[in-house]
Design a protein around this ligand. Structure first.
Ligand code: MRU
Length: 379
């Protein structure tokens, strides 16, 4: 995506073996590129949400495995070191599928080299594979945009070209992936093809990814939008002010239950009550084919309560500040995600097309996972 006329991805490695990311903790107030030097830097960047979003944490973990190989201590058994680093990366955030998926993919690539391969060969292979993971993420998100565009185009046609109002929650734009995004990709594609689109942006407490990241992205793209408080969506839907809801997802089971940022479930309930179509957009790396019942089985990350008790913003002095919102002594609970049951989801927008949020619909698009889809067995 373009930032001040220059094309950026959210993560990239250069010829000098340096890895760069955009620091998402200071957006929208500052556009800062930072270098991640070590696998420990990568773990910290993921857990502190310097990088965040399902696709991007997957791509970052892929590169993290490469950095781990580059820095493997000579006095350590290479395979043991890589296993340890893989476990550390997977432990950084538990909910999004993409993270473990990317690490496991790198471990398989490593295993394909055989025990006698040199460290240099492993390093080169892991860097190339990390690049492929990133490229595939960008390509999948672009395809999601093309498939999802049809939904907005059809609504626009039915409304005689009047503005299509889309509500989204959190940030599932290009910042959450390597490029394009999932939920925002159909919006960008429709807008670029001339559809009149307006976006209701849930602010997305506690970390405000909607207000700080989605609003920033949409503004840069010239897209008309308004930030709304998280509880406004139901009211807007009751008054016919939302044509379509599109959210991203962090993990979707093979039966169509979707984990996404906390609060998504309430939007889906409101959408169902008001007959508003509710779509979830995701690349295949976000599916967890081993699970069916997402409410029961998807692990939900619980983060530090300080994220709820405090809020970060630009102070009058032009500096980023964090202020306390509540009594000093009040504790807070901070569940980062919730699960929307498949029955509340109108459809899934994937890189292979749109399907129903059901085992039949999903396996229809991804038949290669059908044979190994018994519960508890990764496909
Ligand atoms: O906690 P985050 O910011 O990493 O959460 C991920 C999200 O931004 C959302 O849940 C998003 O809709 C899915 S990620 C594409």
């Amino acid at each position: 995506m373009l930032v001040d006329g220059k094309h950026y991805r959210t993560i990239w490695a250069d010829e000098e073996k340096r890895l760069f990311v955009i620091d998402q903790t200071v957006l929208p107030h500052e556009f800062r590129v930072v270098q991640l030097h070590t696998v420990a830097d990568v773990c910290h960047a993921i857990s502190a949400m310097v990088v965040r979003g399902a696709g991007l944490i997957g791509a970052t973990a892929g590169y993290g495995m490469w950095l781990a190989a580059e820095q493997a201590p000579q006095n350590r058994v290479f395979g043991d070191w890589m296993k340890e680093c893989a476990a550390a990366l997977v432990a950084t955030r538990p909910t999004a599928s993409n993270l473990a998926w990317a690490v496991e993919r790198q471990m398989r690539v490593l295993a394909s080299l055989g025990p006698d391969a040199s460290r240099e060969a492993a390093q080169a292979l892991l860097k190339a594979e990390a690049g492929r993971i990133a490229d595939e993420d960008a390509q999948a998100c672009r395809a999601i945009g093309e498939h999802g565009k049809a939904l907005l185009t059809e609504i626009s046609r039915k409304k005689g070209g009047k503005t299509v109002h889309v509500l989204t929650h959190c940030n599932a734009g290009w910042l959450a992936f390597v490029d394009y995004g999932s939920a925002l990709s159909p919006i960008y594609a429709a807008f670029d093809s001339g559809v009149d689109v307006h976006v209701w942006v849930d602010e997305t407490r506690p970390r405000n990814q909607g207000a700080s990241l989605t609003a920033w992205e949409l503004g840069r793209h010239g897209l008309d939008h308004h930030i709304i408080v998280d509880n406004a969506g139901g009211h807007l839907m009751q008054h016919g002010m939302v044509d379509l809801v599109i959210t991203g997802a962090d993990r979707v089971t093979r039966c169509g239950d979707a984990a996404n940022k906390i609060g998504t479930y309430l939007k889906a309930l409101a959408a169902a009550d008001n007959g508003v179509p509710f779509y979830v957009a995701l690349p295949s790396s976000t599916f967890d084919f081993s699970l069916c019942d997402g409410v029961r089985d998807i692990p939900i990350e619980e983060r530090n309560g300080e994220e709820v008790r405090r809020i970060q913003g630009l102070g009058g002095n032009g500096r980023l500040e964090s202020v306390l919102l509540c009594p000093e002594s009040s504790p807070a609970g901070n569940w980062a995600f919730d699960v929307t049951p498949a029955r509340l989801i109108t459809g899934l927008i994937t890189e292979r097309g749109i399907c129903s949020a059901s085992e039949k619909g999903i396996l229809g698009l991804y038949p290669e996972h059908a044979s190994s889809c018994e519960e508890g067995k990764p496909a």
